[in-house]
Design a protein around this ligand. Structure first.
Ligand SMILES: [Zn+2]
Ligand SMILES: [Zn+2]
Length: 322
């Protein structure tokens, strides 16, 4: 099961009900955190994401609403005694930002922090079965989106086929199910495809970061299981979206319907839309499978790509208003 947990869904400034951008993806003991808006550490606690997990952080761009929560999160990890190393990826200015944060408030004493400065689109993280790539988007200055792929190494394991081939039950079965070839006691080599169904397409989650509608986002979103996109404005403020390097709900929903996205999640919408109902309604007009992100919304995806959506009980338009 892959969990996508929205820790912050605000646009530009926090409101009573919405923190600034931060999205956690939890899978196989890993936490991948995309953007690090203000007060992400308290949202981390509320979501029960734990302290000492394998973790990597991916920042989309250098605007403060996307990274001002990072020093606080590092401080929290340090105070609570995190031990596992932490990798942080993002625009190259991030290296200096983390260095200064650590030296001025004496952070990072309990664990190793490594910051990787990204200067172009490409492969960022790979650890089977997860691959994360960045792609350059069209914002104000250098800005990235991220594509997250989950590729199961094999299809479904068929025990009856394994039995027929005389493979003894036990570790050899689990190695084949994991995608490794095995050698039988008589020297015969068995490959996983002999006892499994065809390898399925990878599951794909795409996060836009901040961007005007652009070709790179369109290409990466092709057949995405989940597209998480900013929708800072509705069409009523299309001029502001263009001027400030953002998208409207209409822009993104039209694109999602054209490129075969299965579920569109609109986030990072301006405080002027309160709980986002206007943004959601505009999105749904052009793409029915659109939902609105609210803080602590969790989307759980099974290995066949089926998503279940759970909003926190406390979320309401009332608590979200500024
Ligand atoms: Zn921005
Ligand atoms: Zn932003």
């Amino acid at each position: 099961m892959i969990d996508i947990i929205f820790l912050g869904t605000g646009g530009s400034m926090p409101t009573e009900g919405r923190n600034l951008p931060a999205i956690a993806i939890r899978y196989l003991g890993w936490i991948f955190l995309f953007d690090c808006g203000e007060d992400v550490q308290r949202q981390f606690e509320r979501a029960g994401l734990g302290l000492n997990k394998n973790m990597a952080i991916f920042i989309t761009h250098g605007h403060s609403d996307h990274l001002i929560g990072l020093p606080g999160l590092l401080l929290r990890f340090s105070l609570l005694g995190r031990l596992k190393p932490l990798a942080i990826y993002g625009p190259k200015e991030l290296i200096e930002y983390v260095k200064i944060s650590q030296s001025t408030i004496n952070l990072g004493t309990t664990f190793e922090t490594v910051v990787y400065g990204l200067t172009e689109s490409g492969l960022v993280f790979q650890e089977s079965p997860i691959t994360i790539r960045s792609f350059e988007v069209d914002h104000r200055g250098f800005a990235l989106g991220y594509e997250i792929l989950f590729q199961n190494p094999t299809g479904e394991f068929f025990p009856e086929k394994a039995e027929k081939l005389g493979i003894p039950k036990g570790p050899l079965w689990s190695n084949l199910a994991k995608g490794d070839s095995v050698t039988l006691p008589d020297g015969t080599i068995i490959h996983p495809e002999e006892v499994t169904s065809q390898r399925p397409q990878p599951l794909k989650i795409v996060y836009s970061g901040d961007t005007r509608p652009c070709q790179a986002l369109r290409e990466k979103s092709l057949d995405a299981d989940v597209l998480i996109s900013e929708a800072m404005y509705t069409t009523e403020h299309a001029d502001l979206a263009q001027e400030r390097g953002h998208s409207t709900a209409e822009d993104i929903a039209k694109m999602a319907s054209e490129v075969g996205v299965k579920l569109l999640v609109l986030t990072h919408y301006s405080p002027r839309y309160y709980d986002g109902t206007a943004v959601l309604n505009e999105g749904k007009k052009y793409f029915q499978n659109t939902i609105i992100a609210r803080d602590l919304l969790t989307i759980s995806m099974t290995k066949d790509g089926t998503c279940s959506v759970k909003y926190p009980a406390t979320t309401s338009a009332k608590t979200d208003q500024v």
